[in-house]
Design a binder for this molecule. Structure first.
Ligand SMILES: [Zn+2]
Ligand SMILES: [Zn+2]
Length: 415
C-alpha cells in the first residue's frame, strides 16, 4: 500500500459493532477478516462468490416456490386424511380470530423469506449484468432489513416438534413440500455462506479523506454505513452518499428505546405464562395448556428432549435475553469499562438466539392448522400465544434498537 493511501479513508471501514477503523487488505481465498478490537467478522474473501451465490439463491427461490406449491404434510387419523400447505399455518390463526398472529406467521415464514431470497438474487443479477439499476441499493437495504425476520429454520424446527407431538395421535405423511423446505434450509445457509458482500459494494473505490491514524470512526468525526460499509464524514448528512441508507454515528435514543422495549416485553411475559397457549382436544376431552403445563405434559408423556427444547426456547431464552439486555443497558449507562469484548459477544449471541423463541408460536400455528378434525382431534390456540408472540417480537426489536458501539465508547481513550 502506498503512503498516500494509508493516510486517507480510502479503503477504510468502520467495525459495525465497535466503530473501530480498519484498512481493508487483500485476503487469501476463503479467509475472513476479524475486528482487532471486538472480533466481529468485517469482510471475507470468497472466490467466485458472485457466480456461486447467484446459482445458490436461484436454487433457493425454486425450492421456496416448490415448498409453497405442494402440501407440506398430511395427517391420517383413523382413515381421515387432512393435507396442510405451508401457508395454512398462518391461516390457522385467522380462522380463530387471531389475525395479528396470522400476519406475523405469514410474514416470518412466507413473505420475508421470499423477499430475502428474491431480493438478494435481484441484487446479484444486477451486479453481474452491470445494470446501473437505481433499485439495487433499495433492494439490498430491504433485504438487510427483513433478513433477521426471515425465520425459515425456526419454522422448520416448529414443524419437526409438531410432527413428534402428533406421532401418538395420528399417522404423519410427509409431503413433497417438506423435502423442498428441508432442501431450502440447506441451500439458503450455503448461499449466505458464499456471499461476499464486497462484490456488491466494492470497498476500495471510494474517495478518501485525510486520516492520520486509526481509532474509532467517531473519534475522527467519521461514520460507517451499516449497509454498504462506506466511511463518510459525520457531517455528510443523514444518509449514506453511496447507498442512501440512514447513517447514525450511534443509533438514535438507543438506550431509552431499548429500555422501553425490554420493560414492555417483561410485563407481557407474565400473561404469556398465565394464559393458555393452546387447547388440545382428543375425542372430546382436553384441557387448556399454558407454556409451563405444556412442558410438564411433555415430560409426563416421556418426551424429554421435546420438553427441554420447548422449555429452553419459551422460558430460558426470553428470560436470559431480557436479563442480558438489562445488564448491557445498565453497564452502558454507568459508563462501565468492564470487558467490552465479552459484553459485545454477549450481545451478538443474544441477537442470534432470540428468534428461536418463535418456535412455540410456529408450533401452535402448525398444530392448529393440522389438527382440525372436530370431535376426533382439535387444537385451538389460546390467548397466551398472542402475549408470547408479542414478547418475542419486542425482545427482537429491543436487540435491534441497542447499539453495541455504545459499549466501546467508554473503553477507548478520549481523543
Ligand atoms: Zn469491532
Ligand atoms: Zn451505504
Amino acid at each position: 500500500m502506498s503512503s498516500s493511501t494509508t493516510k486517507t479513508t480510502e479503503g477504510v471501514i468502520a467495525c459495525p459493532e465497535c466503530d473501530y477503523l480498519h484498512r481493508v487488505e487483500e485476503l487469501p481465498a476463503g479467509a475472513k477478516a476479524l475486528c482487532v478490537r471486538c472480533a466481529a467478522v468485517l469482510y471475507r474473501h470468497i472466490p467466485r462468490s458472485l457466480e456461486r451465490a447467484t446459482a445458490l439463491y436461484a436454487a433457493a427461490l425454486l425450492l421456496f416456490l416448490l415448498a409453497n406449491a405442494f402440501p407440506i404434510i398430511a395427517l391420517d387419523v383413523g382413515g381421515r386424511v387432512e393435507q396442510t400447505h405451508l401457508i395454512s399455518a398462518a391461516g390457522a390463526f385467522l380462522r380463530h380470530d387471531m389475525a395479528e398472529l396470522g400476519v406475523l406467521v405469514f410474514l416470518t415464514s412466507v413473505l420475508f423469506p421470499l423477499v430475502t431470497i428474491a431480493g438478494t438474487l435481484y441484487v446479484l443479477l444486477a451486479v453481474q449484468a452491470g445494470w446501473r439499476a437505481p433499485g439495487r441499493a433499495v433492494a439490498y437495504r430491504l433485504v438487510r432489513a427483513v433478513a433477521p425476520w426471515s425465520l425459515v429454520g425456526v419454522f422448520m424446527l416448529g414443524l419437526l416438534v409438531a410432527v413428534v407431538k402428533l406421532l401418538d395421535l395420528a399417522t404423519v405423511v410427509p409431503g413433497v413440500s417438506l423435502y423442498a423446505y428441508a432442501g431450502l434450509l440447506v441451500v439458503v445457509a450455503a448461499a449466505s455462506a458464499n456471499l461476499d458482500e464486497g462484490v456488491i459494494w466494492p470497498r476500495l473505490h471510494h474517495p478518501g479523506i485525510p486520516l492520520p491514524s486509526l481509532g474509532s470512526a467517531r473519534q475522527h468525526g467519521l461514520v460507517g454505513c451499516h449497509v454498504c460499509a462506506l466511511v463518510s464524514p459525520a457531517d455528510v448528512g443523514a444518509s449514506c452518499p453511496r447507498c442512501a441508507s440512514p447513517l447514525h454515528a450511534r443509533k438514535h435514543d438507543a438506550i431509552v428505546r431499548t429500555w422501553a422495549l425490554v420493560v414492555s416485553a417483561a410485563l407481557l411475559f407474565i400473561p404469556a405464562n398465565l394464559y393458555p397457549v393452546m387447547t388440545v382436544t382428543r375425542l372430546g376431552r382436553g384441557e387448556p395448556n399454558t407454556i409451563l403445563s405444556g412442558v410438564v405434559e411433555l415430560i409426563a408423556n416421556g418426551m424429554w428432549p421435546l420438553a427441554l427444547l420447548v422449555f429452553f426456547a419459551s422460558i430460558v431464552v426470553p428470560v436470559a435475553k431480557l436479563g442480558v439486555l438489562s445488564f448491557l443497558l445498565v453497564s452502558v449507562q454507568r459508563s462501565s469499562p468492564w470487558r467490552p469484548r465479552d459484553r459485545t459477544l454477549l450481545f451478538r449471541v443474544t441477537e442470534v438466539v432470540g428468534a428461536w423463541s418463535m418456535v412455540d408460536v410456529f408450533l401452535v400455528a402448525i398444530l392448529a392448522a393440522l389438527v382440525r378434525m372436530d370431535a376426533l382431534a382439535l387444537v385451538v390456540p389460546g390467548i397466551g400465544v398472542t402475549f408470547f408472540a408479542a414478547v418475542v417480537v419486542l425482545t427482537m426489536l429491543a436487540a435491534h434498537s441497542f447499539d453495541p458501539r455504545l459499549i466501546w465508547d467508554h473503553a477507548e481513550p478520549r481523543p
